[in-house]
Design a binder for this molecule. Structure first.
Ligand code: TGC
Ligand code: FAD
Length: 387
């Protein structure tokens, strides 16, 4: 019988350092024990399981790559593995960690003042302060340069007006990193939930990422002190750098969704007997299983290489775009195929394939749609901007 790990055919584990392996194993065990039993019902109820936040903090998941400020100071390969293990549970869980770490703590660490870092990073690492990231607006998510939200200087303060749409964690966040137009280009502001004129509204009736909070943010003459402006970045490269970090993690995450789906159908097709033989004795079923395994394996190799480039400071945005496109598309196709192989049983959340499949419809759209990433690669190849 085979000695290969069915979910790691090329033995990526053997390429990991001891620390990376330890991170993957501890988060993986936590997902198995704490998340898998509760996540189906949370998705059904359209609720993010708030009670797990302190446990995620305890595991060092928030701002895990940041040095100091009570953060774990891990490398980016470890961050990728964290995303992969979390998303094996549910994309909503990985979303929560992506937003807290890559979209809120990262910009405070990279572009914030020392006072801002001291004030926000330790409680965010402990999960006592939750963050959200407001870039997208209702009229044009793919084209953030056209944002209408703006900040106007008024003495030592700024007055912010506008709105944001589709914001993960929006209604449960204590602090929002909000990107707004100013006379000097786009700048980032830290809006606190109790600031007068700052409101949020939860988005209901989602068929995807149901175990995650998604909201609209509204700013009506919100007065923000200059001390809450991120001083060290101006222009679109501020938010785009945050996206680069989050997209890096999302290149790893969906490998976990695909692994969860493949494991589920490996078990199911071994048990199910039709026409006097197990389902997995049929050539077409085996061909589909083999194809999923092939696609997961190539995505794993791509993610691992991405980690090497990131940790050695060589990673380019085009490489992240290609990996996000490839790996999310892979997982969405795998989840759909697994849903089909479960037959009627695949249409309820009793099994996880349809939950992963529906979640991945968000993942392929957010952090740059598949088309946007294809156009980034197209621009690299041709030198022509076709957005
Ligand atoms: P361009 O105007 O050429 O560039 C502007 C400036 O940004 C720099 N830059 C980057 N910097 C860091 N990382 C990157 N990936 C960067 N890409 C560009 C660039 O060098 C330039 O700097 P400077 O100094 O010259 O001003 O912008 P572009 O043409 O590259 O961008 C166009 C486009 C379409 C690629 C960009 O607008 C884009 O990526 N649009 C998609 C928007 C998007 O992804 N939104 C995501 C919102 S957040 C979200 O979805 C969270 S979901 C989280 C969850 O729940 O998990
Ligand atoms: P649009 O930009 O209107 O795109 C519509 C369609 O047009 C897409 O298929 C797109 O690929 C295509 N398209 C766009 N431009 C071109 C072109 N030039 N050529 C050809 N086709 C094109 N945003 C945040 O800021 N913070 C968050 O925390 C956040 N969380 C999210 C959570 C969820 C669950 C979802 C669904 C979204 C979230 N987003 C968040 C927003 C997300 O980033 C946007 O939805 C995404 O960037 C796409 O923008 P849009 O929805 O406005 O679609």
């Amino acid at each position: 019988s085979s000695k290969l790990d069915k979910l790691d055919i090329f033995n990526i584990k053997s390429l990991l350092t001891e620390e990376e392996l330890m991170v993957q194993e501890s988060i993986g065990r936590w997902v198995d024990e704490r998340i898998l039993p509760i996540i189906g019902p949370a998705f059904d109820k359209h609720e993010f399981p708030m009670e797990i936040i302190p446990e995620m903090a305890e595991l060092g998941l928030f701002g895990s790559t940041i040095q100091g400020y009570e953060c774990a100071g891990l490398n980016y390969t470890s961050y990728g593995l964290i995303c992969q293990e979390l998303e094996r549970g549910d994309s909503g869980l990985r979303s929560f960690a992506s937003v807290q770490s890559s979209l809120c703590m990262f910009p405070i660490d990279a572009f914030g003042s020392e006072e801002q870092k001291q004030r926000w990073l330790p409680p965010m690492a402990k999960g006592e302060v939750i963050g959200c990231f407001g870039l997208t607006e209702a009229h044009a998510g793919s084209d953030p340069a056209s944002m209408k939200t703006h900040a106007k200087k008024d003495g030592d303060d700024w007055i912010i007006n506008g709105s944001k749409m589709w914001i993960t964690n929006g209604s449960i966040a204590d602090v929002a990193v909000v990107w707004a137009q100013t006379e000097d280009g786009i700048q980032g502001f830290l809006l606190e939930k109790e600031m007068p004129g700052f409101d949020t509204e939860m988005i209901h009736r989602k068929m995807s990422l149901r175990a995650s909070v998604t909201s609209a943010l509204f700013f009506d003459d919100v007065r923000v002190p200059d001390a809450n402006r991120l001083p060290n970045v101006k222009g679109l490269k501020g938010p785009l750098s945050c996206l680069s970090n989050a997209r890096y993690g999302i290149s790893w995450g969906p490998i976990g969704s695909a692994q969860a789906c493949l494991q589920e159908v490996l078990d199911y097709t071994e048990e199910r007997v039709l026409f006097d033989r197990t389902l997995n004795s049929n050539q077409i079923i085996q061909q589909k299983l083999a194809d999923m395994s092939r696609r997961i394996s190539t995505a794993q190799l791509l993610a691992w290489r991405l980690g090497q480039l990131k940790d050695s400071g060589q990673l380019q945005p085009t490489q992240i775009s290609m990996a996000k496109w490839n790996n999310v598309r892979m997982a969405l196709d795998v989840a759909r195929e697994c849903r089909d192989m479960l037959g009627g049983a695949g249409i309820t959340t009793e099994h996880s394939a349809i939950r992963h499949m529906l979640n991945l419809e968000s993942v392929i759209t957010y952090e740059g749609t598949e088309t946007i990433h294809q156009l980034v690669v197209g621009r690299e190849l041709t030198g022509k901007n076709a957005f």
